[in-house]
Design a protein around this ligand. Structure first.
Ligand code: URP
Ligand code: ZN
Ligand code: ZN
Length: 457
């Protein structure tokens, strides 16, 4: 198949070129390619051809107390594909105290045969003991080369400093990458307790319980550990100006630090927690939404190369029936929000206004995640030999985001009412046209598990 006359966007630039797909791979990229006899030609004049998105931060089918996230692999990856993402890396979470292998087996079972995109897993590390090194090695051998640990959620997923330090050392030693959720768990636990004493139904207490300092302190501590150990560290969902500044300083000093942020911290602000009634619950996530100043600092960090990746932290809960478990107490509202479907349209639509190029967006949503997480050059780039994971975008097709028309299985959209100019037109997963003119061509999921290499970064 020959895609003709599109603007081909890669991390390196944008060129008017044609793309030849043979089987599951990109065979040729160049100007004026002529069709072979019998070859199908698709004219994509006026459209962008961007690398299929890689979302390195999703939580599908994830237990959370008595409930679980509303999107499983079927609906979550279908939404991802609808939004132009062709690979997701989801967080596998072993049950309390269980082996990493049991978590990985469970996640394979959740995803196998139900995924519309290709997929891989990060592994959550919530314990340190004498077996963990062997288990980490075994994960790396099975293509799970990145791990996540939490400084928050003490008594559940959170790990103490002594264990964090050892886990950071071990993951680095075995070619892995530790991703860290950075919020000082002790401070936020005390603040939650204090703030919950009076009017616990007040959602505006959520951001007060986890202020900027709580994130900044934990980021700074993790960066010091990484500096000491000369280990790579990936800071997930960076939301504040102060945390970004710490990452900037560390990078300048040669620390192998990677910075992720998410659309919710760029497009939404903490005012949402003051919406009438229980509306604010839709936006309860950790870290919480921040000020406009924080958002602007993150946009600047994207422009000057301090932010490495833009992922979603898609973690959806129904407003009716799940979020409302916390109607009487903000501390019981399940944390997280959806967005896997909206990432590329939001970002490509905002590029010009924010002084970014399409190439910047391709780099942050596909190429860098591929490099950092050991998928490059199989994925993340449009070049001969790479998987034909391609998203074709109409750049001038304004439409308004609404829960009524979304694919993700959740009864609201945090981006409800936002008009975006760019629209996903076609999506190719390893050469298979899974979306054509905005419609799924097949209701059967065709995604595969992708083995990842140690990132080598
Ligand atoms: O509130 C959030 N972000 N929930 C998902 C889990 C996490 O911390 O990434
Ligand atoms: Zn997190
Ligand atoms: Zn997350």
């Amino acid at each position: 198949m020959l895609l003709k006359n599109g603007t081909v966007v890669t991390g390196a630039g944008c060129l008017c070129q044609d793309i030849r797909i043979e089987g599951e791979t990109i065979a040729q990229v160049g100007e004026n390619l002529q069709p072979y006899e019998g070859e199908e030609v698709m004219d994509i004049s006026g459209c962008l051809a961007v690398p299929g998105g890689i979302d390195g931060h999703t939580h599908f089918d994830m237990p959370c107390g008595e409930i679980k996230t509303s999107d499983d692999f079927y609906s979550g990856t279908k939404a991802a594909a609808a939004g132009g993402t062709t690979t997701v890396i989801d967080f596998s979470e072993p049950e309390h105290g269980a082996s990493l292998q049991s978590g990985l087996d469970q996640w394979h079972e959740k995803a196998d045969g139900k995924s519309f995109t290709d997929y891989s897993f990060h592994m959550t590390l919530a314990r340190y003991d004498e077996n963990i090194e062997k288990e980490i090695c075994s994960m790396v051998e099975q293509g799970v080369t990145s791990f996540k640990a939490y400084t928050a959620y003490k008594g559940d997923l959170g790990v103490e400093d002594r264990d964090m330090y050892r886990l950071l050392s071990l993951t680095a030693r075995h070619g892995g990458m530790l991703m860290v959720h950075c919020e000082n768990g002790d401070i936020l636990d005390v603040r939650r307790k204090e703030l919950g004493r009076e009017r616990p139904e007040d959602i505006s207490k959520h951001p007060l319980s986890r202020p900027n300092e709580v994130e900044h302190e934990a980021v700074s501590r993790m960066l010091d550990m990484a500096r000491l150990l000369e280990a790579p560290v990936y800071i997930v969902h960076t939301s504040t100006r102060q945390a970004l500044e710490e990452i900037r300083k560390a990078k300048e000093e040669g620390v192998k630090a990677f910075c992720e942020t998410c659309p919710q911290y760029l497009f939404l602000t903490e005012e949402k927690y003051h919406l009438p009634g229980f509306e604010g619950a839709k936006y309860v996530c950790s870290p919480p939404l921040r000020s406009r100043e924080d958002g602007n600092a993150l946009w600047d960090g994207i422009k000057d190369g301090m932010v490495d990746t833009l992922s979603t932290d898609h973690c959806s809960f129904f407003y009716e029936g799940q979020k409302d478990l916390g109607r009487k107490d903000f501390r019981k509202i399940p944390n997280g929000m959806p967005g896997v479907e909206n990432r590329l349209e939001l970002l490509y639509s905002s590029a010009e206004e924010k002084g970014l190029s399409y190439s910047d967006i391709a780099r942050l949503t596909a190429e860098e995640p591929a490099k950092i997480f050991g998928l490059y050059p199989k994925k993340g780039v449009i070049q001969p030999g790479s998987d034909a994971d391609l998203t074709v975008i109409w750049p001038d097709a304004p439409h308004t985001i609404s829960a009524k028309t979304q694919v993700q299985k959740v009864d609201y959209s945090p981006y409800e009412g936002i008009t975006v100019s760019h629209k996903i037109r076609h999506v190719f997963l390893r050469g298979h046209r899974i979306i054509e003119d905005g419609r799924f061509t097949d209701e059967d999921p065709a995604g595969r598990y992708v083995l990842r290499n140690p990132s080598g970064r």
